[in-house]
Structure formats: C-alpha cells, structure tokens
Write a protein that binds this ligand. Structure first.
Ligand SMILES: C[S@@+](CC[C@H](N)C(=O)[O-])C[C@H]1O[C@@H](n2cnc3c(N)ncnc32)[C@H](O)[C@@H]1O
Length: 304
C-alpha cells in the first residue's frame, strides 16, 4: 500500500480509500461495525486520537506522514490478516461503554446490551437484584455494564473457564473501579458456585455448532475457540445451564441466556419448556428468559 501514501492527503481521503479497499477485499463485518466506511472510520479515528463521530470540520484536514503510515499499517493488517478492527485497536463498545479487548476474549456484541440499557424492564425491578451472576463473562462486559448502568447496588459474580479471559475481565473491572462490587473468578459453569444463589443470572455461553464453526468467515478465527464452540449441535452448554440454573436462583430469580442461531435446535429439543424469546429494537435475537419456577418445573436434572 506504500506508493499510495503520497496520493492521500486528508482524513476523508483515508476513510474513502480504506473503505474502497475493504469492499474490494470482501471483508466480513460483525465485530462492532457492519460496513466498510464505519470500519475505516474506527481505524482512522483511533490513529488520530479522535472520537469515531468525526466532526464534519475535520474531514478535510490533512494527515501527517507518521499518521499516514500508521493508518496504512492497520488497513493492511485488517485486509491481509482479516483481524477485526476491535482487536487491532484493543477497544470494543458494549452498552455505550468502552472495553479493553484482545484475542483472549470474544469481541462483545450480545443483544443483552439493549436489556441492560433498559434496566431489564419489564422483567425484573432494579431493587429486586441484590446478587447477580454473569456466567461465561469473557471480557466482563455484561457484568460491568450491569454494575454501571442497571444495578448500582448489586454484588456481581463474573465467571469463566478461561483464565486468559478472566485476566481481561479483571483489567476492565479495575479500569472502572468496580473491584468492590464485581468479582471475576474461575468456574466451569456453576461448578465453583455451590450454595450460591442469585436474583438474576445472565449468560452468553458458547453456542456455535461444529458445521457453522467450520464455515465462519476468517475474522472469527481470531476469536478464542473456547468462546464459540459448543459441540456438534451448539447446545452443549445451554443443556447444562438449563439443568443447573434453578439451583442457583432465588425464588423470584430469572435466567436470561443467549443462544443465537441455536434457538431452533433448542426449541426442537425442549418442546415443553416455555421459553420467552425476547425482542430487540437494535437488532439481534436468540435470547430467552425463564423464571426460577419454570426452570424448576420444566428443566431440572430429573426431567430433562
Ligand atoms: C460467547 S463468549 C461470551 C463472552 C461475554 N460474556 C460476551 O458477551 O462478550 C463465551 C465465554 O464462555 C467462556 N466459557 C467457555 N466454556 C465455559 C465453561 N465451561 N464455563 C464457564 N465459561 C466458559 C469462554 O471462555 C467465553 O469467554
């Protein structure tokens, strides 16, 4: 890309050129942006230390040589290595909160963010939630966003099987000064949570089935496999969660879990379970809600 460096001058030039190259290279989007222009804006604004909402007045301003080189390097890595922009700049946004990310964690994108922004209305009242669990926490995004936006007084456990992911979660928890309220620790699903009960369990477990995993665009290969793969049918984790969640919920507690594309397989496997599938205005689907009572009545070990 080097020869082009003298032909591009303004910030707008770089965004336009980057977007054209991304289009030509047929990149995949779905890790924070959904189109070539926004992806170019994310990378350019990062190098220039500007907000991604670039004010109109700056689009014609010139980019200096060292910035040009840095931008072209990022464009090149995005195209040649297919690394999602969030990993290139170590930054992802979830529920309007900025998170540090690297390849030890999945890039946050769960539609659960919308529920957090609405403080889970009408499903549970803020004052009802004293203890919350974020099962399969990854970067800690769900736990942290809940602590900051939804449940200012709740104590939140955030667990993951991956020690690598837990290091990232700790970094984010520390960054927001939430060490007193959000505790990240190692647990294979509920295994380290014996005797603990929560008013709300949120979970975005791995749910990609084997065939889909093989067919995913190259960008997903930069994400940790442990955050995606869930057996031949994508239900490996959710089956266990359905069986064990009731034991860790208070009487009026609820479970909200994401299963994405595995929604249909789940409905087929458990036709009697009264899943409430949630609607999202900002996009996304495959998130269900079950109450503690429903889990006890339809999902305990002896039934399913
Ligand atoms: C789909 S990612 C979700 C991460 C984060 N909650 C988010 O929404 O971005 C799933 C997470 O589950 C973790 N995980 C995989 N197997 C697990 C297990 N048996 N117990 C706990 N966590 C597990 C992975 O390490 C990964 O961080």
């Amino acid at each position: 890309m080097e020869p082009i460096i003298d032909e591009l001058h303004t910030l707008g030039d770089f965004i336009r050129w980057g977007a054209s190259q991304f289009e030509k290279a047929e990149l995949f989007f779905g890790h924070g942006t959904d189109n070539t222009i926004d992806e170019a804006i994310v990378l350019v604004s990062h190098v220039l230390h500007l907000p991604s909402e670039i004010p109109d007045i700056l689009w014609h301003s010139r980019v200096v040589k060292s910035e040009k080189q840095e931008i072209l390097k990022l464009f090149d890595r995005r195209i040649q290595e297919r690394i999602p922009a969030a990993y290139l700049i170590h930054e992802a946004w979830f529920a309007d909160i900025r998170f540090y990310v690297d390849q030890r964690v999945l890039i946050p994108r769960s539609p659960i963010a919308e529920l957090i922004g609405q403080q889970f209305e009408p499903f549970i009242k803020v004052k009802q939630v004293g203890r919350m669990l974020d099962l399969c926490t990854g970067s800690g995004c769900i736990a942290i966003a809940c602590a900051m936006l939804a449940f200012p007084h709740a104590r939140i456990d955030a667990v993951d099987l991956s020690n690598d992911a837990l290091e990232v979660a700790q970094k984010n928890i520390k960054h927001y000064g939430l060490e007193q309220r959000v505790h990240a620790f190692h647990s294979d699903l509920f295994s380290a949570l014996a005797g603990k009960k929560y008013d709300l369990i949120l979970c975005n477990p791995p749910y990609v089935d084997a065939q889909e995993l093989r067919n995913m665009p190259a960008e997903y290969r930069h994400e940790p496999k442990i955050g995606l793969e869930a057996g031949t049918d994508g239900l490996f984790f959710v089956r266990k969660i359905l069986r064990q969640a009731a034991e860790h919920l208070t009487d009026k507690g609820i479970l909200i879990a994401e299963v994405g594309v595995s929604q249909m397989s789940l409905i087929e496997e458990y036709p009697i379970v009264p899943f409430l599938w949630l609607d999202f205005q900002q996009g996304g689907n495959g998130v269900f809600l079950l109450t503690a009572e429903q889990l006890r009545n339809y999902c305990c070990e002896s039934i399913i």
